[in-house]
Design a protein around this ligand. Sequence first.
Ligand code: DAT
Ligand code: MG
Length: 150
Amino acid sequence: MERTLFLVKPDGLQRGLVGEIISRLEGRGLKLVAMKLMRMEEDQARRHYGEHVDRPFFPGLVEFITSGPLVAMVWEADNAVEIVRGTIGGTDPVSSAPGTIRGDLGVNIGRNLVHGSDSTESAQREISLFFSPQEILDYSRSVDPWITEP
Ligand code: DAT
Ligand code: MG
C-alpha cells in the first residue's frame, strides 16, 4: 500500500483550515495512518526542501514553514501520492483548478496551505524526516471494501 507525507502548513493552521483540509482527504477515502501537531526546526525544513536550496525563494520558504505550528500526516491508499497531489492542485493557487485545496482556499504561491510528496521516493524520504516507524499505525477499516474493490 502506498503512503505519502502531507502537511497543513502554518498558514492553513493559522487560518483555521486544518479540519476542512483533512475532511477533503478523509472524504476521498484515503486512510490516515500518522498525524502530529508540531513546529519544524530550521534544519529539518532545509532537509525537507533540500531540492530547492539554490532557488531564490528558498530562504523565505524555510522561514515560512518554521514560522508556526503545522500538522504533519501520513495518508495511505493505492496511488496515494498521485491522489493527494491531485486533491492539492498545482503549486500556484492562482492557476490551481477549482475543487482543489489550493484552488479553493489559496491565492498566493508562498502561502499555498499544504504539502504533498511528489513521488513514492520523495514520500519515503519525507515520511522518515517526520515520523518514526512506531508512529505510523497499521490498522484496517470495515469500510475499506466500499472504498477499494478487494
Ligand atoms: P509543491 O509544493 O507543489 O510540490 P515545489 O516542490 O515546486 O511545489 O515547491 C515547494 C514550495 O516552495 C511550494 O509549495 C511553494 C514554494 N515555492 C515554489 N515555487 C515558488 C516560487 N516561484 N515563489 C515562491 N515560492 C515558491
Ligand atoms: Mg514539491
